[in-house]
Design a binder for this molecule. Structure first.
Ligand code: ATP
Ligand code: MG
Length: 413
């Protein structure tokens, strides 16, 4: 008998011809996640993965790392026993006796019909024995198939059976870096951090861009906020790059030359243009923002339409249909909530308009932009770019300065 982690992946992506690709990426992600912990083996066995530690004491640490692996539906710490009926029932009774539930159910899955039993027969057989074992201490113990206080799961796979009584929800989604790259416009606020997470969960590898202004004495700089958010998100995708773009000069130009009510849209269009250049350098296929329809003035359907006019890359808005409550729930779950609560200024409040346009038209925005030298503003922004590389390994995220190599090459030509 030994303790293992049994990992179940979502079955949806197993239907297509890409099954082998996804499972091999998932295995690679799991290995990277548990790197540095004493692992005996990671093997595939009938539509699930089995991770065996060299020392049972490291199971807890392994489980904590596995929580952040995209592509897993659920996982459990299980007893691995020889696939013999007596052994399975004995392990099931021992686990359930330790739990002492007032009511219970047994759920069996038989991937390898070894006992010549159907899963229902195995459930009944194990259930009978468990009931007898529990009743030795509590005569009122009973079976309850609809709302059991505890469940005993039994999975029979080639050469062995896995028995467990607790399982944890996996991170869901698709394995890391199976879906191409996107550039996330990360403000430091709640929404864009959650937007990044949602796209990463679809297998997207995110690069991050943050636009900052000099902080006022009243509140702190947004730079450490953006950095902390990337630090929290990196374990889900193992590596990240954060591009920091100075935005003061661009904002000042927009304020000097364009109508007050269009300012926010014009700032955001400049952000999108600069992010598009970064996306080219990153070989990314689109942008991501944290817009949620009609949450603030700049996010009405009219304004979102005006924002995207003329852009050469698609903009993904995974929060478009979410409300603030749902977004906050995600932020708490992924651990960015407390970071985004810090007071910070990403763009100077002095430059905020008194009454921003709610229904801007794409052509009026474009007309306003004729007063700006867009190309040189984009170039100015890019020249000030600094890049930080994040790496997650052995449970720790480390940061280092990186060169915006491909970006430099692009605008020096
Ligand atoms: P968030 O909570 O992400 O800040 P928000 O509800 O405050 O979003 P806005 O401030 O209008 O809304 O920003 C909308 C989106 O524009 C953000 O989700 C983000 O993708 C992008 N964005 C805004 N400001 C910045 C910034 N300083 N740097 C990078 N991206 C930004
Ligand atoms: Mg914001």
């Amino acid at each position: 008998m030994s303790r293992v982690l049994v990992l179940h992946y979502h079955e949806i992506w197993l239907k297509g011809g890409n099954k082998r690709y996804f499972t091999s990426r998932l295995m690679a992600a799991i290995k990277a996640a548990v790197a540095g912990l004493p692992i005996e083996s990671l093997v595939q066995a009938s539509e699930r993965l089995i991770l065996t530690p060299r020392e049972p004491a490291s199971l807890q640490a392994m489980a904590e790392r596995i929580e952040k692996v995209f592509g897993l539906a659920y996982f459990a710490s299980a007893e691995s026993v020889p696939a013999e009926q007596g052994e399975v029932v004995r392990a099931a009774c021992a686990l359930m006796r330790a739990k002492k539930p007032a009511s219970f159910a047994v759920r069996a899955k038989i991937a390898q019909p070894l006992f010549g039993m159907s899963s229902m027969e195995l459930e009944r057989e194990a259930g009978r024995e468990i009931l007898a074992a529990l009743r030795a201490e509590d005569p009122n113990a009973r079976v309850n198939l609809t709302k059991p206080e505890a469940t005993c799961w039994i999975e029979v796979i080639p050469n062995r059976a896995l028995v467990y009584t607790d399982r944890s929800e996996g991170a869901g989604g698709l394995p890391a870096a199976t879906g191409g790259r996107l550039v996330v416009l990360l403000s430091g606020g709640f929404d864009s951090a959650v937007a990044a997470y949602k796209m990463m969960r679809r297998g997207v590898h995110a690069a991050f861009v943050h636009f900052y202004a000099a902080p006022s004495p009243a509140s702190g700089s947004s730079l450490p906020i953006a950095e902390q958010i990337v630090r929290v998100l990196t374990p889900y995708q193992f590596t990240s790059r954060l591009y920091r773009v100075p935005f003061d000069a661009i904002q000042r130009e927009i304020v000097a030359r364009t109508p007050d009510r269009l300012r926010i849209l014009l700032y955001r269009r400049m952000m999108a243009r600069i992010a598009t250049e970064i996306a080219r350098a990153e070989r990314a296929l689109g942008l991501v923002t944290g817009d949620s329809v009609s949450q603030v003035a700049s996010q009405t359907l009219h304004n979102l339409r005006a924002l995207d006019q003329g852009l050469t890359l698609p903009v993904y808005r995974p929060l478009a249909g979410d409300d603030k409550e749902e977004i906050m729930r995600w932020a708490r779950r992924i651990g960015t909530y407390a970071i985004s609560c810090e007071p910070f200024e990403d763009c100077c409040p002095r430059f905020m308009p008194r009454s921003p346009a709610i229904f801007a038209k794409a052509d009026e925005v474009e007309r306003a932009e004729t007063a700006l030298d867009i190309e040189s503003l984009v170039r100015n922004g890019l020249e000030g770019v600094r890049v930080t590389a994040f790496k997650y390994s052995e449970g720790v995220v480390t940061l280092s300065d990186a060169e915006p190599q491909r970006l430099k090459r692009r605008f020096t030509h």
